[in-house]
Ligand binder design. Structure first.
Ligand code: ZN
Ligand code: ZN
Length: 138
């Protein structure tokens, strides 16, 4: 199921409307995501387009040569992971106003996950090698 959905950062300076939002989302346990998200994995929902309001408050950090991470420069809310080769926004599930449709269906970089937490449920779990083989840009 995909839908159009709105959201924003904690302080409200940045708002967004995303189209083609996939309610089936993934969690990334990689070290960069956990550092960026304050120790938690990054819950990311694929979209096919995003429009921002308050873009002057939006900061973009180039975390690798192929991706940027977006956040509010006022309150620091992590808003998205942006894949440059495909121009695709993966929005932070926690930034959506209505998070009730979202369902975790995939964990990636499972071999980077610390012992201290684990998600219940039957769903796919990919190692770093499996993740890169499936998602890395050519
Ligand atoms: Zn903010
Ligand atoms: Zn990650």
């Amino acid at each position: 199921m995909t839908t159009t959905s709105s959201g924003g950062c904690l302080c409200g300076a940045v708002r967004f409307t995303a189209t083609g939002v996939e309610a089936h989302h993934h969690a990334c346990h990689c070290g960069m995501c956990r550092r960026w998200s304050g120790g938690a994995p990054f819950f990311a929902a694929n979209t096919d387009g995003v429009e921002f309001e308050g873009a002057e408050h939006l900061a973009r950090y180039e975390s690798s040569s192929w991706a940027e991470r977006g956040f509010c420069r006022r309150c620091g809310t992590a808003l998205f992971y942006f894949l440059k080769p495909t121009q695709a926004y993966m929005m932070s599930v926690g930034a959506f106003d209505d998070q009730s449709p979202f369902q975790l269906v995939l964990e990636i970089f499972i071999d980077s996950k610390p012992e201290g937490y684990a998600f219940a449920g039957e769903h796919a779990r990919w190692t770093e090698a499996e993740t890169l083989a499936r998602l890395a840009p050519p």
